[in-house]
Design a protein around this ligand. Sequence first.
Ligand code: SAH
Ligand code: DHB
Ligand code: MG
Length: 223
Amino acid sequence: MSESQVWDDVDDYFTAHLAQNDDALEAALRDSDAAELPPIAVTPLQGRFLQLLAQIQGARSILEIGTLGGYSTIWMARALPEDGRLISLEYSAKHAEVASRNIARAGLDRIVQVRVGPALESLPKLADENPPPFDLVFIDADKVNNPNYVEWALRLTSAGSLIVVDNVVRGGRVADADSKAPDVLGSRAAVELIGSHPRLSGTAIQTVGGKGHDGFALARVLA
Ligand code: SAH
Ligand code: DHB
Ligand code: MG
């Protein structure tokens, strides 16, 4: 058996016992697929992981950058109290539309707001609203802008907040110091920013399974 087959089998076993999609999550994936969105949502186990992080944070407010069909959004929003808030930023109007339907079907449309546009345009507008600090920021959009998104996350959080960056492994290419690929450069810059920033304490976790060799960077805001 190939190594990646073992990863998939283990992922399937863990998923069956720990993170099965319910009807709303299953429908979100089905409708995302039907609308031909790319199949790059977090896995069910990763969705549960994000949900647990939000719960451990005691999160009341979450910022997501990169909505796609709202699959990760639903997992995280379910960790919020009824008066909680999740703002998700999405470049594609089509993705945002699919996501909004998926989120409404999950009964989360009072908690979740999807804002359409390039995140680097939505973020300054959001900052102008002076929102209370976000307890959790999930960065999962165009990888080249990861360092910019970490900087924005720092402006929109406070001590104790958690910043999570998805897909920092890039199939292992993150370790290639000579890479000129924009996604690798963005992920490396984000990792190095987290490692060198006085307001952040962070780590990165490699994952295997449904999304191949991948991983998250996690950073706690210190001050
Ligand atoms: N968080 C989702 C997956 C997001 S995929 C999940 O796990 O379920 C990445 C998304 O980021 C795509 O929908 C893409 O359209 C969006 N995106 C790409 N560039 C962006 C930008 N500059 N601003 C906001 N969203 C962007
Ligand atoms: C890609 C983006 C993602 O957010 C992800 O989880 C996996 C892959 C991509 O752009 O290839
Ligand atoms: Mg991702």
